[in-house]
Design a binder for this molecule. Structure first.
Ligand code: SAM
Ligand code: SF4
Length: 344
């Protein structure tokens, strides 16, 4: 195993800060978002997320069914959660994806989004829209076909671009997620910014997080990490000063620090979980595809919800409260489970 990454202390700057919840992140009232993993399976093998071979997936019969997902989401709705993000693994591999969206849509006033690699979107976008999905984020780590194939273990870039266009035609331009990796795609930050400007979209650069047994698990993570500060510096040289946006300038309640691109079209975001952890304002919990509630991507205190299904809202709500209390003050910078198995 690689040595543990020493996390630099959070750097304070004068950019806009997220509101601090009055009762702190370890209280149920601070939870705003439930990320729901629909499967741990995927049609890609992104190097930072999974090993190339030998991944063992959960048997399909152990996955939560639609009614169970909606039951758990309903309890979260009862204590104030209005944002649900479908993720995985690759959520579009679930044949009952639209049923999940419909079930969540029946909860009053909810915002339902999904993070996907985009490959199946051309065929799914209309049913997802009709089921009540609000918006999408597409993950794409290179705009160069060969490199994209290499990073994803065989993915075809043109399929993702088709997915982006299909989503844009129905929902407007989706957000993009890009995992920034030194020596892999750190010469494309400007290309992504220009893509965001051209499509008036938001591109969010995510700092690489060492989680689980990915292909990069044995690499010293500090050699892969490109910090948000570095990226801002690089982008500013060509684009000029990036204008900080207020938290909440984009739909959703995500942790990205957002900037407007010069010229008024396009936004650039940074998810600086490593260089500047945002644990003190973390407002989310994660539900794995098998019904485990997880408090943190890195140091996950977990609570099993699956055995509690059907026991009534109070019991499940108590389990949510117990899990929320497990949230660390600051994560320790390495996690034993991959994003794909937790619901990244
Ligand atoms: N398959 C979907 C996708 O790729 O968008 C949803 C699941 S994926 C686990 C969710 C997000 O986590 C993606 O944007 C992916 O790039 C990001 N991700 C996965 N592993 C990561 C890691 N080790 N560090 C940073 N981001 C990671
Ligand atoms: Fe699959 Fe998403 Fe992980 Fe890539 S990041 S392997 S698309 S789950």
């Amino acid at each position: 195993m690689a040595a543990r990454l020493a996390i630099p202390l959070p750097v304070l700057d004068d950019g806009p800060q997220r509101p601090v919840h009055a009762q702190g992140p370890r209280s149920l009232s601070a939870v705003r978002m439930l990320r729901i993993s629909l499967t741990d399976r995927c049609n890609l093998r992104c190097r930072y997320c999974m090993p190339e071979e030998g991944v063992s997936f959960v048997p399909k019969e152990h996955l939560l069914d639609v009614d169970s997902i909606v039951e758990i989401a309903g309890v979260a709705h009862g204590f104030g959660v209005r944002h649900f993000k479908l993720t995985g693994g690759e959520p579009t591999l679930r044949s009952d994806l639209s049923e999940v969206v419909k079930g969540l849509r029946a909860l009053p006033g909810v915002d339902i989004s999904m993070t996907t690699n985009g490959i199946h979107l051309p065929r799914l976008i209309r049913p997802l829209h009709d089921a009540g999905l609000n918006r999408l984020t597409i993950s794409i780590d290179s705009l160069r076909p060969d490199r994209y194939r290499e990073i994803t273990g065989g993915g075809r870039l043109e399929r993702v671009i088709e997915g982006f266009e299909a989503a844009a035609s129905v929902f407007g331009p989706p957000k993009l997620n890009v995992v920034a990796m030194r020596g892999v795609n750190d010469d494309e930050f400007l290309d992504f910014a220009r893509f965001a400007i051209r499509h008036d979209s938001t591109v969010r650069f995510i700092e690489f997080m060492p989680l689980g047994e990915s292909t990069l698990a044995d690499v010293d993570p500090s050699t892969v990490l490109v910090t948000a500060e570095e990226m801002i510096e690089v982008l500013s040289v060509t684009l000029g000063r990036l204008e900080p946006l207020e938290f909440g300038a984009d739909p959703g309640v995500g942790p990205a620090r957002l900037f407007a691109c010069p010229g008024g079209r396009g936004r650039i975001g940074f998810i600086h979980a490593m260089s500047r952890p945002f644990c003190e304002t973390c407002n989310r919990l994660r539900l794995t595809a098998t019904g485990t509630l997880r408090s943190c991507l890195f140091d996950g205190g977990e609570v099993e919800l699956a055995p509690l299904l059907g026991s009534g809202d109070e019991v499940i709500r108590d389990a949510f409260a117990r899990c929320t209390a497990f949230k660390p003050e600051v994560h320790r910078g390495r996690g034993e489970r991959a994003m794909s198995s937790i619901g990244g």
